[in-house]
Design a protein around this ligand. Structure first.
Ligand SMILES: Cc1ncc(COP(=O)(O)O)c(C=O)c1O
Length: 382
């Protein structure tokens, strides 16, 4: 029996997407490839809601994250970044590695910097070159809800606006052009429900000009090369992961067939059902403020004495449901349920039922019926 992946990525991949990978290998310097890659670019633009240039890197999400840094950040540049978990911390280190002057807006794990804190940092640093933000802190399950307002600050200070939306893009509204985001990136294996290995990145005209005029010393992640190849021949500079591009294109096609607004609604309702259903069986969300809670990563506190490895192994081996543990300091304290991609009432109900049964097997008193009933009620909105 196949696992149900309720991980924060990689997520379940529809059979249609898996089958797309069986397409024959083609010459990546041919018209066949031009057809494939231009379709990938156009569909990515629709999902990102942008007219900006798109590069679909053959790399995991970190590839696009790294590209966003090495192509924009130089020594002594002033960069503002909120930091509240593993991925924002990693990103800040990467930026620092370029020799930049990093202004970290730190908040405790499970909480976001407020918009007022961001505004204050912009007020105090008129010369800030770029604002980097992790849209959804996957390690703790927090999500930033004020990205639309940030563009007032980035426009005012003439600052590049960079969004790492690896674990969120495709699950919530993120109109790149409307919100004036210069660089936006994600990974194929999260809300887009494709296999891991493609990381799309969008680049505004202003950021593109800067990148072309100030190329990095790297080769693979030098985005100027990708722009040049695309303009000249609609090719990529290096051999792309062809089967993954086929799969990624199919995943985008499915998403666009469903319609972006329907996809966002499905994610929101499934997420509400998971939070409330799992709360009804006796668990508590790790993120206390509701407005900070991620739609795609449902992080829950472990009950007293509940051993992480045994819990997750039982869930995986007996019920074939995969969830993730905590990161760093949260190891053994929380577990994380992914709610993205294909997620549907089936995934929600099976997950709540499996978690409840696992807890019961481990000697905890849980009310499975209450959990399922509560979730069922929320799912009626779909
Ligand atoms: C917010 C965020 N950024 C970056 C990454 C890195 O992506 P990958 O593991 O695909 O390299 C992740 C992975 O989960 C993430 O959640």
């Amino acid at each position: 029996m196949e696992y149900l992946s309720m991980l924060p990525g990689p997520t379940n991949v529809p059979n249609r997407v898996m089958r797309a990978m069986l397409a024959p290998i083609i010459n990546h310097r041919s018209d066949d490839f031009v057809k494939l890659y231009t379709d990938v670019v156009e569909k990515t633009q629709k999902v990102f809601q942008t007219q900006n240039d798109i590069v679909a890197l053959s790399a995991s999400g970190t590839g696009a994250v790294e590209a966003s840094v090495v192509n924009l950040v130089k020594k002594d540049d002033k960069i503002i970044i909120p930091v509240n978990g593993e991925f924002s911390s990693r990103l800040s280190q990467l930026i620092e590695g370029q020799g930049a002057n990093v202004i970290r807006l730190a908040s405790p794990p499970g909480q976001n910097a407020t918009f007022d804190q961001i505004k204050e940092a912009f007020d105090n640093n008129k010369d800030v070159k770029a604002f980097y933000v992790v849209h959804n802190e996957t390690s703790t399950g927090t999500m930033v809800n004020y990205l639309d307002k940030v563009s007032d600050l980035t426009s005012r200070n003439d600052t590049f606006y960079v969004v790492d939306s690896v674990s969120l893009l495709g699950a919530v509204e993120l109109p790149v052009d409307k919100w004036n985001i210069d660089v936006c990136l994600t990974g194929s294996q999260k809300a887009l429900a494709a296999p891991p290995g493609i990381s799309p990145i969008s680049v505004s005209a202003k950021a593109k000009k800067y990148m072309i005029e100030n190329p990095p010393s790297t080769m693979y992640f030098n985005l100027a090369r990708y722009f040049q190849y695309y303009e000249e021949s609609k090719h990529t500079p290096f051999t792309p992961a062809l089967p993954l591009l086929y799969a990624y294109r199919e995943a985008l096609t499915i998403l666009l067939e469903e319609g972006l607004q329907n996809v966002y609604k499905r994610h929101k309702i499934c997420s509400d059902a998971l939070y409330s259903g799992l709360s009804a069986i006796g668990l508590t969300p790790y993120v206390t403020k509701e407005e900070d809670r991620s739609i795609t990563i449902v992080a829950l506190n472990y009950l007293d004495g509940l051993e992480d490895k045994i819990f997750r192994n039982t869930l995986a081996n007996k019920f074939k449901v995969l969830v993730a543990g905590g990161f760093g300091d949260l190891k053994g304290k929380v577990f994380r349920v992914g709610c993205m991609g294909e997620v549907s009432p089936y995934h929600v109900m099976r997950t709540i039922s499996a978690i409840s049964s696992t807890l019961a097997m481990m000697g905890y008193d849980t009310d499975a019926q209450a959990g399922l009933k509560t979730a069922e009620e929320k799912l009626k909105a779909l």
